[in-house]
Design a binder for this molecule. Sequence first.
Ligand SMILES: [Zn+2]
Length: 534
Amino acid sequence: MNRTTISAGLAALALSNVVLSAPALAADDPRIAALKAEAASGVEARAKQAQVINDMVFSFGELAFQEVETSKYLTGVLEKAGFTVARGVAGMPTAWTAKWTYGSGGPVIALGSDIDCIPKASQKPGVPTRDPIVAGAPGHGEGHNSGQALNIVAALALKDLMIKHKIPGTLVLWPGVAEELVAGKAYMVRDKVFEGVDATIFTHVADNLSVSYGQPDGTGNVSVRYRFHGSSAHSAGKPWVGRSALDAVELMNVGWNFRREHLRPEQRSHYVITDGGDQPNVVPSEASVWYFFREQSFDAIAANFAIGNKMAEAAAMMTDTTVEHDIIGTAAPQYFNKPMAEAAAANMAIVGLPVWDEADQALARAVQASIKSDKQDGLATRMTGLTAPKERPLSGGSDDIGDISWTMPTITIRYPSNIPGLPGHNWANAIAMATPIAHKGIVAGAKVEAMTLVDLLTRPELLAAAKAFFKDVQTKDQQYQPVLRAGDKPQIAINADKMAEFRPAMAKFYYDPAKYGTYLEQLGIKWPSVPVTK
Ligand SMILES: [Zn+2]
């Protein structure tokens, strides 16, 4: 802590109650506590708005790169609130930034959260058994409908506060486009969307209130599609003339599946065949397979990607076909900032978990019973809070917030809008996401975010410590290794056909907040949605 800065700041404050031109308050200063209380009540006052935004995005249920209605709606809300919106950033039509500045010379803080959903996860909220709104349609089976609601109400609460107390600073909101393909954020980083931003607070749905620093559990990832080219022939008449691209896909997969045994157990890799040919009587001249190569360090990801490329070349050689690949996305292993995480955790201790009522708990337990979860005790009642880095983080999923976390001080605030013990990327994970469980979790998360923004905007020593940790600890021995090359382009055509197929049916169920208090009400689902025992 720099005493000179702080006492100079306090002297400036004493001189002028009117202009906080260089606010510099200590963490334990009662004025900080007062500002945080005001920020939290600013969030509380916007609980209704958070519910409307959350339920609206839930009803859009848009897949990666097709978040058209979602982005149109969110940027509309932000524009109306006085933010300056830039649309179509980093070559992605559904990506945007929304900026608002008070005064000059203040810190620039970015607030991000994902917006895309999961294939085939359409599900009526509040209903604990499989019951899609539109059969076969995508849905928010990850809960990405909630994070922007959180960020927006936190930002609007801060905007009022910054004006009232003359606190200079800039807030930059942005969406995680195509996070499910880890295919958006690295492009935003490469195309310098975050230039001039001092720090990022990212928010992600979870079943508890938590934040971590250092490397968390999970992996980084390269998401890559191999396209094989052969030549067609009559499959029965002259098969010896044909060269099957599908054979190459299958041989690559066989090769990779044998190789798995000789990779580190922490790796995770999976594939889907996105093009297996047209019909059996035509030797497939084109075939494609899409891989995720996940590992825990930049070097290990690069090594497994290189093995994948070798397998593809070998399969092409075996089949007299050719192969090329497209990088669809990439996620660096995540690494989070300690001073920022500690500040957020202190605010979590003040905010605490939401107060769940019996209707919330009854639904949670009904969902856990319905899917035979190994957890059967309802919603979280003990807060996780701060998680220190583990010596050996567990393997698991990836998030392309990793790429941002290697370019500036970054944390992820995880907030309790979902039910513990669910499979993830599944219809069951959508059930809570337009119910009071989600709404309460968003308000708790938004309060933590708003209070952490107060910290970052009024305590220059915190931002300085965050930057020092980034420079002297995080990137001391290890630097960001971007995977994207200059010519790689966001694969924005992905999912266009799927959304075109389902959007007309889904549009009939878009939320209409002018007519209905909640989306549950619009769908005719009574709350409590399951019998409450107590
Ligand atoms: Zn996610």
